[in-house]
Write a protein that binds this ligand. Structure first.
Ligand SMILES: [Ca+2]
Length: 336
């Protein structure tokens, strides 16, 4: 196909996308010159715009993104000839972007997380987001799975990192029974924002059980005035009770934690920084047990260790998160 015909073909496909308004349907067309300006994945994305400029067409919009180091994707709105440059892309965090149907979306590069770290080769286009608790005035799971939480004690919804958060007073918690006997397999990640307000004792953030009695957990310790945090997964080849024990998170401030596992390596991020720990602690599948996911207290197997403070945007995945995704989830808590 001649180059000019191929270019026209790609532009026609772009306009067709506006009409069809399909989301998350990947149509990839490689331009003869090597550019990918006609690569289209679903529709535009919100909340990551870094600039808006006039552009006469979709291609020019994409080319302007290529000239801006901070740009990772574009939304082009044909009706306004408006080019929005985004600081993130579907490939970074395709799971929960708020999509918009009036724009053509184009990523800067034809890349995805399959290429960022070889160990994380399982990442694909499907979501693997098993639950998302945004705490926007309720305990609902925002995914289609509907794994809603149930509160014990008083849980309020003050202002959080993104919208509202859940507050815990040291006597309250949230259980999600839908995760009893849940088969996580060997790919797992959990992400949460938290703000601890009381330094006393150990305090559970989110878990499925307590230490070796459970399946996995992220819990704060009593070390260094309550600034310690750690995590683990429990597998059939589990060799260390607490492979990560980080002391670094200040009280009364929001922090972000991600624990991610790929079947042979467990990584622990706090505020977008990979922590030092026993990353080779565990291999194989995470053990499935008849216990709920608990938010705001150490998990079943321990009667105390309630959380004091605020927790927001808890997400549970049956996939491994690569560093690029961790970075986006830290920088764009309302989007990724
Ligand atoms: Ca929220």
């Amino acid at each position: 196909m001649a180059a000019e015909h191929f270019t026209l073909f790609c532009q026609l496909i772009s306009w067709a996308t506006i009409l069809v308004l399909t989301a998350d349907v990947q149509q990839v067309f490689n331009h003869q010159s090597g550019s990918i300006w006609c690569t289209i994945i679903g529709s535009g994305i919100n909340d990551t715009q870094i600039s808006r400029n006039h552009a006469k067409n979709h291609k020019d919009c994409h080319l302007s993104c290529g000239a801006d180091p901070a740009c990772e994707s574009t939304n082009y709105i044909p009706s306004k000839r408006l080019c929005e440059m985004n600081a993130a892309s579907h490939s970074d965090c395709p799971r929960s972007f708020v999509q918009r149907n009036d724009a053509i979306y184009t990523p800067k590069f034809k890349t995805d997380c399959r290429h960022c770290v070889p160990a994380y080769s399982n990442f694909g286009e499907s979501s693997h987001l098993e639950a998302h608790y945004a705490f926007e005035g309720n305990l609902l799971d925002s995914t289609s799975a509907g794994r809603n939480g149930l509160a014990s004690g008083e849980v309020f919804y003050p202002r959080g990192v993104c919208g509202r958060a859940a507050s815990f007073n040291g006597h309250s918690k949230i259980d999600v029974d839908a995760f009893r006997q849940f088969a996580l397999g060997s790919r797992f990640s959990v992400s949460a924002w938290f703000k601890r307000t009381n330094p006393d004792g150990y305090q559970g953030i989110v878990n499925a059980g307590y230490s070796e009695d459970g399946s996995w957990e992220v819990r704060m310790t009593d070390s260094a005035g309550g600034t310690g945090i750690g995590g683990t997964v429990i597998t059939s080849h589990y060799e260390k009770v607490w492979p990560y024990n980080v002391v670094k998170v200040s009280l009364n401030d929001w922090h972000h934690v991600i624990m991610t596992y790929n079947g042979s390596q467990l990584l622990f991020y706090v505020d977008n920084e990979l922590q030092t720990g026993t990353s080779d602690c565990c291999t194989g599948e995470i053990l499935s047990k008849d216990i709920p996911v608990t938010i705001g207290q150490a998990g079943r197997g321990h009667a105390m260790e309630y959380f004091f403070g605020f927790i927001d945007e808890v997400k549970i995945f049956t996939t491994t998160l690569c560093p690029e995704e961790v970075d986006k989830m830290f920088r764009f808590p309302c989007t990724c």
